[in-house]
Design a protein around this ligand. Structure first.
Ligand SMILES: O=C(O)CCC(=O)C(=O)O
Ligand SMILES: [Fe+2]
Length: 356
């Protein structure tokens, strides 16, 4: 994603929008992280309260998967996938390496700090500047190899971290491409329509934009006042999310029901539609608003893998995917342009390219 890094370079962040709080050193939620006074349109709910989302579960080993995926994307913009081909062992290894990093003292983690115009490394969530309070969250973004940052942190013990993260990205990329083909087929779009997975694999063509985001939500003395990750939609085509089992936190906004919980299902991965798939489906598939809340006693982690087209690809509604000649809702936009728009205006990027 070297070319996409340019989009971030053009929208550098202020250091106080990069450095996370040293969560190990605080006993209560500081004012800077307290969301209580804000006139929140929708209250923070504890990870255990509220309705549970009945997200569709799609079994990739089942011949019915193709039939189920379109309705799932249309109704929820999100589903859970099982029989996805990523081994439990690899997932456990990713968890344990992520935990090895996030358990370090703050001054060690700071050695991997993201640079102001950089895409990769340790830091607060990228959406931070759009909110007037900070989140109860720290992240590590990996684009390709995490070697440069990992070596700073563990001069003699970086190899395992790198191997595990690279292997997981390879497997999740394959899964994302399988899912994307299935989703496009469900819209009646032939596989050949998207050339980049094949061109990158066989002809050294432009590579898809991908990133692995390790999310850490330390236990919080007052979860009702803190926000793990504030509401947002993901920018790329698809996100494949692993939530560390046994700890709730992810919530989606469901029309008519408010925020509903996405309870981790052992062995399943959560897949959600991002803005670019919303555009390609001409608005048929919603890029669902979601957020993460925090827990009083548990340190929660999640791993989000973002998958998008190559940086210069023009994302546009695909006419064959539009129900009965529906008028096109969006103008074409390159991936790079869209990411830059979103880095400047979190909520306004989609409406910025809407034509009707
Ligand atoms: O931690 C979660 O469950 C959500 C993470 C997320 O939405 C993201 O990284 O974009
Ligand atoms: Fe997200």
């Amino acid at each position: 994603m070297a070319t996409l890094s340019e989009a971030y370079r053009n929208t550098p962040l202020h250091p106080h929008h990069i450095i996370p709080l040293d969560f190990q050193s605080v006993e209560r939620v500081p004012e800077s992280h307290s969301w209580q006074d804000d006139s929140l349109p929708l209250r923070i709910q504890s990870p255990e309260s509220g309705e549970e989302a009945s997200l569709p579960i799609i079994d990739l080993g089942d011949s019915e998967a193709l039939k189920m995926v379109g309705p799932a994307c249309e109704a929820w913009g999100m589903f859970q996938v099982i029989n996805h081909g990523i081994s439990t062992t690899l997932i456990r290894d990713v968890e344990s390496e992520a935990r090895r990093f996030f358990s370090l003292p703050a001054k060690e983690k700071m050695k991997a700090l993201r640079s102001p115009g950089g895409a990769a490394g340790y830091g607060v969530a990228r959406i931070t500047p759009f909110f007037n309070k900070f989140m109860w969250h720290e992240g590590f973004t990996i684009v390709g190899s995490p070697m440069d940052h990992a070596r700073e942190v563990w001069p003699h013990g970086y190899r395992r971290f790198c191997e595990v993260m690279e292997e997981y990205q390879k497997k999740t990329k394959d899964l994302s491409e399988r899912l994307l083909i299935l989703i496009l087929k469900s819209l009646g779009i032939p596989e050949e329509h998207i050339e980049w997975p094949r061109s990158a694999a066989y002809q050294g063509g432009p590579a898809p934009c991908t990133a692995l985001q390790l999310n850490s939500y330390p236990s919080c003395p007052d979860p009702a006042r803190a926000m793990g990750l504030a509401q947002h939609t993901d920018s790329f085509l698809l996100t494949v999310l692993h939530q560390v089992s046994g700890i709730n936190g992810l919530q989606v906004l469901k029309e008519g029901a408010g925020w509903v919980r996405v309870v981790p299902l052992e062995g399943a991965l959560v897949v959600n539609v991002g803005d670019m798939l919303h555009i390609m489906s001409n608005g048929l598939f919603p890029s669902v608003l979601h957020r993460a809340v925090v827990d009083k006693t548990s340190h929660r982690m999640s791993m989000a893998y973002f998958y998008g087209p190559p940086a210069d690809y023009r994302v546009a509604p695909i006419p064959r995917g539009c129900p009965s000649q529906a008028p096109l809702q969006f103008r074409p936009v390159t991936v790079r342009e869209y990411i830059e728009m979103k880095a400047k205006n979190l909520d306004g990027a989609l409406s910025g390219i809407r034509v009707r």
